[in-house]
Design a protein around this ligand. Structure first.
Ligand SMILES: *Cc1c(COP(=O)(O)O)cnc(C)c1O
Length: 450
């Protein structure tokens, strides 16, 4: 078979999301309040609608996707699975490389998969406005797109460095009707506290989360939306892995290696989760989560309870973390600059069902350029972490002469990241390996929980 793309018809769109909580070898530890007691639905209801809170804790294996949502998914789904034949040839590898192309969504990444679901359930619950944070703007643009579709207002707290340096995603959000603020702002207590200490703060995802959560908690008609980390976000993203399974079957393939990049863990989690039951039944699948060496949550952080944000407004989550006060260096994969990791992805790593790898950004951009030159599509710097790992796995196959099937998730395109490509091409990109002392320092501020 010489096909380059494997399509599904709209009729073959998955009708249910897969909830991996039903198949975990051990239940997730509950989110905790700072006093150590578990967080209940009533604690989350000021900022999330009940349907999403139910999904967050559900143990049901399959959760129905509402028809109204399937209709919206059809704007760009099912997304194609590509065979990277030109990259294989370039690498002279006997491996077969596939990638699931999530860059075809209106916002250019996997993020609308959960944004539209979150907007839908909030609209049904009578909410008028959603508040959120965004780093480089991927999540803010996905949520602005989704809110516009369902008639909700959208307020986005955008990390200041990106607001100043990456205006194009801001304009994209504004086209879809989103209101964008440079975080830290003077609009929230959390923002004012940061500015009082450092009027020139460049901002950070943890700070912007504090602002967005505070906004939702202090306005009755407003809820909060998170683009990653939480269980319900990964649930919505499983549509990616479920489609991939159907497409691999059509191609007559059984995957040997599955790869995704990780920031908060949602594209990787949604892509890999549907394959975990097969692995638990004994099938030999290597599943790799890839992160930057400058924000090495899975490869260097401990597995413990920590807050999701700097102001400690979120519950404590059991996860791999570099400490909630950790502000990662300004690397060019903005979406991977988060101190924590999805509790679901964290548990899978802790149980050795998945493994983790980290790469410095220059080798990642080198892989991105190789991919753009062979396959044509220009990847987001986040996505390029998965590409780098896939290339390394394919090169190993060349050396061992193994004909493995390698599949990675192409989480988004890099059309708004060209300034970073310019830096790489002109040799101005710096590699950064986080010193152990800095990790120790950030972890020293963590609360002791049992
Ligand atoms: C946001 C983003 C990521 C990282 O977020 P996850 O929740 O870990 O998936 C990766 N790739 C792209 C293109 C993104 O926009």
């Amino acid at each position: 078979m010489d096909d380059v793309k494997i399509f599904l018809s709209e009729k073959e769109l998955p009708q249910k999301w897969y909830n991996i909580q039903a198949d975990l070898p051990e239940a997730l530890k509950p989110p905790l309040k700072p006093d150590g007691t578990p967080v209940g639905p009533q604690d989350l209801s000021p900022i999330f609608p009940m349907e999403l809170i139910k999904q967050e804790v559900s143990q049901e294996r399959w959760i129905e996707i509402p028809d109204e949502l399937l209709d919206v998914y059809k704007i760009w789904r099912p997304s194609p699975l590509h065979r990277a034949r030109r990259l294989e040839k370039y690498l002279k590898t006997p491996a077969r490389i596939y990638f699931k192309n999530e860059s075809v969504s209106p916002a250019g990444s996997h993020k609308p998969n959960t944004a539209i679901a979150q907007a839908y359930y909030n609209k049904k619950a009578g909410v008028k406005r959603l508040s959120t944070e965004t780093g480089a703007g991927q999540w803010g643009s996905a949520l602005s797109f989704a809110c516009n579709l369902f008639g909700l207002e959208c307020t986005v707290y955008m990390v200041k460095v990106s607001y100043d340096q990456k205006p194009y995603r801001k304009f994209m959000m504004q086209v879809w009707g989103g209101k964008v603020f440079s975080s830290p702002t003077n609009l929230t207590n959390s923002g004012r506290a940061v500015l009082a200490k450092d009027p020139n703060s460049p901002g950070a995802l943890g700070i912007a989360i504090s602002e967005a959560v505070e906004d939702a908690a202090t306005h009755d008609d407003t809820n909060y939306a998170l683009g990653s980390v939480l269980n319900h976000v990964i649930l919505h993203q499983t549509i990616v892995g479920l489609e991939t399974q159907k497409q691999l079957k059509i191609a007559g393939e059984n995957p040997d290696v599955l790869i995704g990049c990780v920031g908060g863990g949602s594209n990787f989690g949604g892509f890999a989760a549907p394959f975990v039951p097969e692995k638990l039944k004994g099938k030999n699948i290597k599943i790799i989560a890839v992160e930057p060496t400058s924000c090495p949550t899975l490869t260097k952080g401990p597995f413990r309870y920590d807050f999701g944000d700097i102001a400690k407004l979120t519950p404590l989550l059991m996860m791999y973390t570099l400490g909630h006060s950790f502000v990662p260096p300004a690397i060019h994969a903005g979406g991977l600059r988060y101190h924590g990791m999805a509790p679901l992805v964290s548990l899978l790593l802790n149980k050795k069902i998945i493994e983790a790898a980290a790469y410095p950004q220059n080798t990642v951009f080198e892989a991105a350029v190789t991919f753009a030159k062979t396959e044509g599509i220009l990847p987001a710097p986040e996505t390029a972490h998965a590409i780098k790992c896939a290339i390394d796995e394919a090169i190993k196959c060349r050396e061992t002469k193994e004909e493995k099937c390698i599949v990675f998730n192409f989480s988004g395109h890099g059309h708004f990241d060209l300034a970073s490509y310019d830096k790489y091409l002109s040799g101005k990109l710096e590699d950064y390996e986080l010193p152990e002392e800095e990790i120790k320092k950030a972890l020293g501020e963590l609360p002791e929980m049992k």
